[in-house]
Design a protein around this ligand. Sequence first.
Ligand code: ZN
Length: 388
Amino acid sequence: MVKLNYKKKHIKKHPTTRTGIKLIRVQAIVDHWTANYGASALNHFKYFNTTLPNLNDNLPENKKRYATAHIFVDKNEALELVPLDEVCFGANDGGTPGLKLSTLRATHPQYKEGNANLLCLHVEMCVEEDGTIHPDTIARTALVHQYLQKKFPQLKDTKNRIVRHFDVTGKNCPAPMISDASKWNELLELTDAKVVIPPKNPAEVIPEEKPSNPENKTNWLRSKTEGLRYYDTPSWLDKDVAGRLQKGYGFPQTVRKIWVKDPRDNSAAWQYEVKNSRGKVFYVTAAEKHVSVEREAAKSTAKKPLPPKQRGPKPIGEITIIGVSNAAIIQDRPDRLKSKNLGTIDKGKKIKVTGSVRGKNSTSGYWEVIFKGRLGYVTGEFGKYYSY
Ligand SMILES: [Zn+2]
């Protein structure tokens, strides 16, 4: 049986974490996942109380990271890091153009263009080592919702007053509840349930593109953990994550080992440079705990590689094309400057979306859409989103 186990453990005030600005009113709960594999609620208290403020104090203004949430939930407890009448930097990535819920647009001398954070309580779900959200964390988050609904009766309309970060700005957060919307509905149902029993399965991230899994190859790098991050460049930073590997999946070619620094805490560790079947280069941890490299040559009797199971892109909602004079361009990648045009879609037309990505060279990010059976990208500001 999961208990609320709610504790107040407030972080110190700091301009990049806890400004002390008061909420205008409480209009919604915004749920997140930390995307920080293996870190507990207490780990996040330490990060936001000391690590991040110290880090920011030594950075120029344009490099500082502004972040916090009110409550961090893990499989053991719920920690309130910021008092519930103060503003947190939870859901304003990309600035105002990214704001999709106009009901959450509020202004303040510091945020003249409007900012959802002035009206929202932010709840962060912690993530296990393997990238899943533990069933007890999900159940405890439902209990936190109930606790907040008791305190703020206006939040009792669960379906309208509890939203994902994704619903507010389009960020892929909480990712396991974007890739599998049924997990999100499950959490809302638990919130409205009289007795909260943890779900049977944890919420896990479903990778959008599955790397292939042939059985016998040389120099294969395989993931031993579920949801292992791999990067576009040698880096440990969230912004460089290119995707995640399922357990047993990996890359057909391990090229070399490189020593990669982490500027956040001046640590460093090994990564493998790997190539996928199309020769594209990625980087992934070299820690034995997380990966294995199979160096034996394949035998002539080796079984033919099994083709990867194809699962088509799964829509989570649709957008209506707005804000263009005639039609919006559908790009082959989320980068306005480096993409090919797959086609166009007329103003007012609808198209299915699988999610949204930040991409490059667009302040409003990009919608990932399904166009002629494949993925395409439409500039964020040209789509009005409806969730299924
Ligand atoms: Zn978030």
